[in-house]
Design a protein around this ligand. Sequence first.
Ligand SMILES: [Zn+2]
Length: 506
Amino acid sequence: MFSSIISGGIDGNRCYTNRVEVDLARALPSFDMVGSLSHEVKEAKERVRVALKNSGIDLPPMHITVNISPANIHKTGTGYDLPIALGILAAFGHIAPERIKDICIIGELGLDGSINSVNGILPIIRNVQKQGIKMCMVPAANAAEASFVEGIDVIGVSSFSEALHILTNMSDVAFTSKSSLPSLLMEASPSEDFSDVIGQDSCKRGALISACGFHHLLITGPPGSGKTMIAKRLISILPSLTTEESLEVSSIYSIAGKLNEHTPIILNRPFQSPHHASTLKSLTGGGISVRPGAISLSHKGVLFMDELPEFSKECIEALREPIENKVININRVNAVYTYPADFLLVAASNPCPCGFYPDRSRCNCSDNEIRRYQAKISGPIRDRIDLIVTANKVDTDSLIGNTKGMDSKSMREIVVRSHEIQRERYEGTCYTYNSQVSPKDIPFFFPLYGETKDFMTQAFNSMELSARSYHKALKVARTIADIDDSEDIKVPHLAEALCYRGMDSV
Ligand SMILES: [Zn+2]
């Protein structure tokens, strides 16, 4: 007596389609599970046995063997409980083989026969759909999330009895209704707007340039100057997520267990703000089942590192790989797990340990203390930050006048336009944004002639710019020229770009 059910699993962010095979034999009663299984998969036999009993099904004493193929792939997670339980009943002949032939089944069983949600349903079902499967049965709590995968019908079940009833009476089946992701994305809008930010025009300008050219940004300034407000609003001026981006980001959230019935999909660009006391693991990802960390959860959005110098050295250094390669690798004894990590870094820092430098009436920090504090942001990370802006204490005039600045919608229009310009410029190359152009291609993409060349030569000499600062200034100037819709980089663009060197100039 044998049965086979299609299921799916995930290890890190690699998805697999599996077969859960059950064989029953008239021999000494036992329950064996094989197929390269982790301990939580092996625990299924206890959950299955008790859940079946509490659903009113007593298993006759038989030798039960469960194999989850392919055997060369390590299986993790609790989603195999439901296909194992149903597979046993199918092997007993309670479910006709044709009922379970083309349906992918996933779900964790509670001891009372209830079906609990599992992590990673969205990427698992996306993968299963690509294998040509047209129908799936998932926990009811995961059904909304799975329903965003096109080309596959979703059945949500909340108890084992319900799942069994559906498979024995297929006519009663109710598929989860599908919402149109593109229209949901069109309606989505971040809740915070730049028009709420009073004063801080130079920071808003910095945020705009950062979003236009995808330049990583550092905001320095005293406590309470609104650095967090600026960072939070950056996602409101980036273009809306595309359907593919939304599915990609939501898949990461699904693996991290951050999707639920109320938030079955991510519609706005993510904003992650890890605390400076965060561990390396919470930032990069890890743990037994290798979950994504804040770096991956900010994929296609903003990673805000408030009080960057207060983070541990290893956390700051961990930013290098994702900034460079847009992925993060998590090493394990037997495998390397890779998660996407393409984010805009917005860092904030106090100018000194007390936060009030250069206001010497309030700051007593010594020059050495200030230098040591600023040096905590190591050279390699500082190299990758193109823009440094200063947030000032908000002046009372701005507060009293309450003049509203540019709103996010107007700023986003500028960002979208500048992205279009860059798309045309870099068509057929490995670049998307001005910030990504490597030094060897800078003379080709950002040529300077006549007065702009003279201006930069003079700046290079008089300001003692390093080659790195010179290149950063050119990239930022190109973005400012794009905002101006100017074909060439002009002197005012360069002059403004040179203002965003912050502590680089110290
Ligand atoms: Zn100080």
